[in-house]
Design a protein around this ligand. Structure first.
Ligand SMILES: [Cu+2]
Length: 172
């Protein structure tokens, strides 16, 4: 009984922790093989993250995900082999070190190229993703001010109503 109770309490806590911490520790990023293209062609991840390439739009021809370029370090870091042909077939690789990693498809080397940018742990992604909010200089959001105003009005109404009732029940 006691143990079951503890598990009942611990399970949701552990679940929340796992959901919150898991993505921080390691993330999985997806690149689609769509026709004769890697989408997105450039992907930015964090050190230790895994990239999964998946055929999303098969064209009846096989592909590979091969690191480097045909002339430089071909397949030195990773190489799926020419195995990615049908929708759903995939290849994954975990990037342990920061850096920029170009890759290509051995079957379509001129059309299919991509790049994985791996940021060092703790580094933040390029600032182009989302501009910082500019309307928060007061520190109090419009929603908060509206809420505070509503609470104030309700408090005043209750105060006056209470005073009026008090007078009716206790005539001088
Ligand atoms: Cu290809």
């Amino acid at each position: 009984m006691k143990l079951a109770g503890r598990i009942a309490v611990a399970a949701p806590v552990l679940f929340v922790l796992a959901v919150a911490v898991g993505p921080v520790l390691a993330a999985n990023s997806a690149v689609g093989i769509v026709g004769k293209a890697f989408q997105p062609a450039t992907i930015t991840i964090s050190q230790g993250d895994t990239v999964t390439w998946t055929v999303n739009q098969a064209i009846g021809e096989p592909h590979s995900v091969t690191s480097g370029s045909p002339s430089t370090d071909s397949g030195k870091l990773f190489d799926s082999g020419i195995n990615l042909k049908d929708n759903g077939q995939s290849f994954e690789f975990t990037f342990k070190d920061p850096g920029e990693y170009p890759y290509y498809c051995e079957v379509h080397p001129t059309e299919m190229t991509g790049k994985v940018v791996v940021l060092a742990e703790g580094a933040s992604p390029p600032p182009s993703i989302e501009p910082p909010p500019s309307e928060e200089h007061t520190g109090i959001s419009a929603d908060r001010r509206l809420l505070a105003g509503t609470v104030l009005v309700i408090a005043l109404v209750l105060m006056f109503a209470g005073a009026w009732l008090w007078r009716r029940m206790n005539p001088a």
